[in-house]
Design a protein around this ligand. Structure first.
Ligand code: NOJ
Length: 548
């Protein structure tokens, strides 16, 4: 086992409100989630990432918070949350919560006070300008839904900055009182027992925003401070950052120039996400190889968090316009499937045409590539989306537990969002209960796959690299090397079967054997003639090192 638990975690991302309703009010809650912990433990999940749990007017999926020190009463009480932490801990499951401190809701008492008077003690907690800033229309994150980043506040008689929607005023991180408050918030939740935080919008948190400055400086020292604070309070707590930034900037989020990991522990791998989707769209492995080769390595102890789907759109902004167009043609042919000109708002199963072989291939790739895998709820049963819902809500529909009315999510006739009911992804066809009874189901496949992953510690804790061999364009062969041994992974992104000669690696092999794959193939001895189906994948243990 790695010393660092997060290197071997399987993270599962969910919104409590759409997971399981326990009291029939149509809204998922902590007690419902507690009742589903055994399901998650059986799946092999070791860590939950809960999307925001705080009180909020919910104009941005809860990322607009009005109180950082308690939970949204619709989800239960603070006591219920503490019980969730306890029950999850009993099953070896850690819990990360979203830490959304780039901004607050405009209904947060701090902002209300800040606007009421220039003398308010909270005035300097936000970012202001007395005159209209020249960069008013720059830097929008939600084009089409957001008009500007500086808005005039009548009561405050001033312009305030908001990187996101106008109802999400940015906090002024340059203010020591705000920094102290953020630390207090982190301390509070750590004291309650969370295992760390998924930090929202990190590049914007550290941006030293000023009116009329279009290229502000970044305060990376803040990350060092927060890491130090967290580590003092709870030695094994982790920070998982959302920072979709250029590759050469990434390393600064993890550590300072001394080469140590003294900032963020885990970074979402947006770059690999884009390249994975492009590779799937092209049936060509080259974009993945390119991503593995071109990304700078993180300082020791820094870890990638790998994902195919999260709670937002699949953000393709790190691709070129032509590459993005290719992906759109394959996976988002209708305008309604796209979002903000840069992304796709579909779940994986419909995006891959419901092709089970391709879904397995995609998830086998994600789970074996570098880093710690993060899985979005419902992907393990191949849930679909609801494109009649606005924006990112399309993939935030309730979890489908059974074929009963309400999909087993709720008994209420008015669920928080409609349960997908129609078509091939409706709850009558796609649900946990049916798949539980079927050993050939996608759910059963995920359980086996995750179990095998947990027996392959090289994947999360070792070094991941593409194998340099003459291969068909559709094939990726990569390896994971760690203190425990070496694993080899073969993936065919094309439809045609291939025969691979990996004999060159035979000298390193010691009784190589396939530990997982899309089917049982002929023996791997010698590695010279390895068959691989169209959309096939094979996990081969090359050798295991003696322990100790
Ligand atoms: C990033 C989150 O992932 C997204 O859902 C949210 O809308 C923005 N940050 C604003 O908080």
């Amino acid at each position: 086992m790695s010393e660092r638990w997060y290197e071997q975690a399987v993270v599962y991302c969910l919104e409590a409100e759409s997971f399981q309703d326990s009291d029939g009010d149509g809204i998922g809650d902590f007690r419902g989630l507690i009742g589903r912990l055994d399901y998650l433990a059986r799946l092999g999940v070791t860590c939950l990432w809960l999307n925001p749990i705080h009180p909020s007017p919910r104009r941005d999926g809860g990322y607009d918070i009005t109180d950082f020190y308690t939970v949204d009463p619709r989800l239960g009480s603070l006591g219920d949350f503490a019980e969730l932490l306890h029950q999850a801990g009993n099953r070896g499951i850690k819990v990360l919560i979203d830490l959304v401190v780039n901004h607050t809701s405009d209904e947060h008492p701090w902002f209300v006070s800040a606007c009421s008077s220039a003398d308010s003690p909270y005035r300097d907690w936000y970012v202001w300008s007395d005159k209209e800033p020249s960069d008013r229309y720059q830097g929008m994150v939600f084009p089409g839904e957001q008009r500007e980043t500086w808005s005039y506040h009548r009561k405050a008689h001033a312009w305030y900055y908001h990187r996101f929607y106008d109802f999400q005023p940015d906090l002024n991180m340059a203010n020591p009182a705000v920094r102290a408050e953020v630390k207090k918030i982190m301390g509070f939740w750590l004291q309650l027992g969370v295992a760390g935080f998924r930090m929202d919008a990190v590049p914007f948190i550290i941006e030293l925003t000023e009116p009329d400055v279009t290229d502000p400086k970044h305060d990376f020292e803040l990350l060092t401070e927060l890491r130090q604070h967290v580590s003092w309070r709870a030695g094994d707590a982790v920070l998982l950052a959302e920072a979709n930034v250029a590759p050469d900037e990434l390393v600064h989020y993890v550590g300072d120039r001394g080469g140590s990991t003294n900032r963020i522990h885990m970074m979402f791998d947006f770059l690999l996400n884009d390249r994975l989707v492009l590779a799937l769209a092209r049936s060509n492995a080259e974009p993945i190889v390119e991503a593995l080769r071109s990304t700078p390595s993180l300082p020791a102890g820094g870890q990638w968090a790998t994902f195919l789907r999260n709670h937002d759109e699949i953000d393709l902004s790190r691709l070129t316009a032509d590459q993005r167009a290719e992906v759109f043609t394959q996976f988002g042919p209708d305008e309604n499937m796209r979002l903000y000109d840069r992304g796709i708002r579909r779940r994986l199963a419909p995006m891959l045409g419901g092709d089970r072989r391709r879904l397995e291939l995609a998830y086998s790739l994600q789970f074996t590539l570098r880093g710690t895998p993060v899985l979005r709820y419902g992907e393990e049963i191949g849930m679909g989306d609801d494109l009649t819902l606005p924006g990112r809500e399309a993939i935030r529909t309730p979890m489908q537990w059974s074929d009963q009315v309400g999909g087993g999510f709720t008994t209420s006739a008015e669920p928080v969002r409609p349960v997908v009911a129609k078509g091939r992804y409706g709850y009558r066809s796609v649900n946990v209960t049916d798949q539980r009874h079927d050993p050939g189901s996608l759910l059963a496949w995920f359980e086996r796959m995750i179990r095998t992953l947990r027996e392959s510690p090289e994947v999360g804790a070792g070094r991941c690299s593409p194998v340099d061999l003459e291969l068909p364009a559709s094939v990726l062969v990569h390896r994971a090397d760690g203190p425990t041994g070496t694993m080899l992974f073969l993936h065919n992104l094309g439809t045609e079967p291939v025969l691979l000669d990996l004999g060159r690696l035979a000298a390193e092999a010691d009784h190589p054997n396939q530990v997982f794959g899309n089917q049982e193939y002929a023996d791997v001895d010698g590695l010279a003639k390895l068959e691989l189906d169209g959309y096939g994948y094979r996990w081969i243990r090359l050798h295991r090192n003696p322990v100790g």
